[in-house]
Design a protein around this ligand. Structure first.
Ligand code: NDP
Ligand code: TDO
Length: 284
């Protein structure tokens, strides 16, 4: 069984490699942007013909949230057209597509857990193009799992946890937004879910929410990172208006995970427990 992993050397791609190695699964082919550019339909066709994959995992994305505001065209190409290309070929070759989306598809002005049925209304270009990608997949193929996740971090690539540790070693004081609330997700936990979908041969296709369990703000997340990493940093709680960024971000994006727990039978770790695991991996 061949499994193609696009965006295979990004943060989540590396987490999938880690989990697959731990489980001795060697059917995955990890493609970087050059080997598996999801915008190059001819290249993709050749890959599908060569490998006739049973599963296609799309970890490739344009993830620079602020930069996307100025680079709408490229963000849309990667997040929408690239996802659509993989859906077209997955349908043609009868492969199951596992695609990753984001909590940033939500407007974030309501409280209460957000379900897969709640209306998405993104406030920024990144979230909008990711939503367009979700829709393109849903309209193109039937055998797909779209996993919406939030606030991904890990020992790999760039993410909020690694940024905080770097800044915490350089500075004694740091301002972090307190009025944006969500759920952090250890990308290795998400990788476990992806591998579980494949190993279980689940046919419960559709849209799913997955994050770690629990709720926090970026301020509380940063405070926990410093506490668990044993770094003495004074964290100042800032309002969003006191930390201006190019892109707007949802104020509230806590997702309901009932569907994934019921349909796929996954157990979900509490975010602080997973944060501890990641910090241990990072050597803190
Ligand atoms: N990071 C987060 O906090 C969250 C991420 N997500 C979603 O999870 C998924 C994985 O994210 P993550 O691993 O963190 O992101 P990364 O940015 O670490 O990885 C994305 C990868 O996609 C590659 N890529 C970009 N354009 C193309 C292309 N045209 N063809 C092939 N590969 C391409 C990038 O390569 P290069 O770097 O060389 O451009 C990079 O290696 C994405 O779908 C993202 O939207 C969802 C919620 C939170
Ligand atoms: C570095 C830093 C960030 N912040 C704020 C800005 C922002 O609101 C929040 C997170 O900042 P970052 O830029 O690290 O993260 P950001 O890129 O906004 O994270 C998002 O990425 C995309 C890809 C997703 O899909 C989302 O789920 C989410 O994880 O923390 C501070 O308040 N202080 C700081 O020193």
């Amino acid at each position: 069984m061949n499994i193609l992993v696009f965006g295979g050397v990004g943060q989540l791609g590396q987490c999938i490699q880690k989990v697959a190695e731990q489980k001795n699964i060697s059917d995955l082919i990890y493609l970087d942007e050059k080997e598996g550019n999801i915008l190059d339909l001819e290249l993709l066709k050749a890959l599908f013909q060569q490998y006739t994959p049973s599963y296609v995992i799309n970890c490739a994305a344009y993830t620079a949230v602020d930069k996307a505001e100025d680079e709408v065209e490229i963000a849309r190409k990667v997040n929408k057209d690239g996802a659509a290309n993989l859906a077209i070929l997955s349908a043609e070759f009868d492969a199951t597509l596992i695609h990753i989306s984001t909590d940033f598809v939500f407007e974030g002005n309501q409280t209460g857990l957000l379900t897969e049925e709640d209306i998405a209304n993104p406030v920024g270009v990144y979230g909008l193009t990711k939503l367009e990608g979700e829709i393109a997949i849903q309209e193109t193929t039937q055998k797909y799992f779209t996993l919406r996740t939030s606030w991904l971090y890990s020992e790999f690539a760039n993410n909020f946890v690694k940024t905080m540790i770097r800044l915490g070693k350089e500075r004694s004081e740091l301002g972090v937004i307190v009025d944006q609330v969500g759920s952090p997700t250890y990308a290795v936990d998400l990788a476990e879910v992806i591998i579980h979908i494949i190993e279980s041969k689940s046919e419960a296709y559709g849209l799913y929410h997955f994050s770690n369990e629990g709720v926090t703000s970026w301020y509380d997340f940063a405070t926990a990172i410093f506490e668990l990493a044993d770094l003495t940093v004074k964290v100042k709680a800032l309002k969003t208006s006191e930390y201006p960024t190019k892109a707007r971000r949802p104020f509230y994006s806590v997702m309901d995970k009932t569907k994934i727990k019921q349909n796929l039978g996954v157990a979900i770790p509490y975010w602080r427990d997973s944060l501890k695991v990641c910090l241990e991996e990072l050597g803190n």
